[in-house]
Design a protein around this ligand. Structure first.
Ligand code: 13P
Length: 256
């Protein structure tokens, strides 16, 4: 049984003070909902405050990115050793970093390895553009992203990795994939992982869906057999909506 994981990717939202106020407001309600793993991923500058506010809870903190080097002349960047003690998870390969910061498949692989080597858990994000989707090439494209992201990562690290399938055309657009479409692509990701690591490892991997997830469509996604949670942008910024998403995941997976 894979424990579902619901992660809020706050992107470039909330000041450090707003971030702390937000987690203080939801941590009581989220504490009751421990059947699924809950993660918040605030901007870097809010990580110390949020980590402290959640210190004695089982709500995890994640960063939104990490550099692959440990230190050096990389102005603006944050390395894995800097995140140790603050976060459990780190998102790598989010499409916004691929699109606006030129992050390539090879960099995603190096970022994932850097996170793993410092005891952090990467959430590896993949997903296709509208153009690729409309050309019917989603499965092949996502498979290439997965193979590149996992290159050289040994099987013993897999239990510390989460994959997030986020079709770019569904991010922030209000236009989500259907539950069945997302399940089919995520099933394909699992098949690729089975080719790379064997069926048992692939079956144990947690794979999230992301892209315009909200309370109104949460059950549609979470009732799909291959979908093990969600990576949520906009709806994770609202207290009630985020708590409701966690509650709906528990309900849809029959964990209540
Ligand atoms: P939205 O939920 O706002 O569509 O964002 C999805 C996302 O990119 C999460 O990483």
């Amino acid at each position: 049984m894979r424990t579902p994981i619901i992660a809020g990717n706050w992107k470039m939202h909330k000041t450090p003070a707003e971030a702390v106020a937000f987690v203080n407001a939801i941590k009581g309600a989220l504490a009751e909902l421990s059947a699924v793993e809950r993660v918040v991923c605030p901007p870097y500058v809010a990580l110390p405050g949020v980590a402290e506010a959640l210190h004695n809870t089982d709500i995890a903190v994640g960063a939104q990115d990490v550099h692959w080097e440990e230190s050096g002349a990389f102005t603006s960047q944050i390395s894995a050793p800097m995140l140790v003690g603050l976060v459990k998870y780190v998102i790598v390969g989010h499409s916004e970093t691929r699109q606006y910061q030129g992050v390539t498949d090879e960099m995603v692989n190096r970022k994932a390895k850097a996170a793993l080597s410092h005891g952090l858990r990467p959430i590896i994000a993949v997903g296709e553009s509208l153009e690729i989707n409309e050309a019917g090439e989603t499965q092949a494209f996502v498979e290439r992203q997965i193979r590149a992201a996992f290159a050289g990562i040994p099987a013993e690290d897999l239990s510390r990795i989460v994959v997030a399938y986020e079709p770019i055309w569904a991010i922030g657009t209000g236009r989500s994939a259907s539950g069945e479409q997302a399940n089919a692509i995520i099933g394909g990701i699992r098949a690729t992982l089975a080719e790379l690591y064997g069926a048992a490892h692939a079956e144990a991997m947690r794979i999230q869906y992301g892209g315009s997830v909200k309370p109104a469509n949460m059950v549609e996604f979470m009732s799909q057999p291959h979908i093990d949670g969600a990576l949520v942008g906009g709806a994770s910024l609202k207290e009630d909506a985020f708590v409701e998403l966690v509650r709906l995941a528990i309900q849809a997976k029959g964990l209540a």
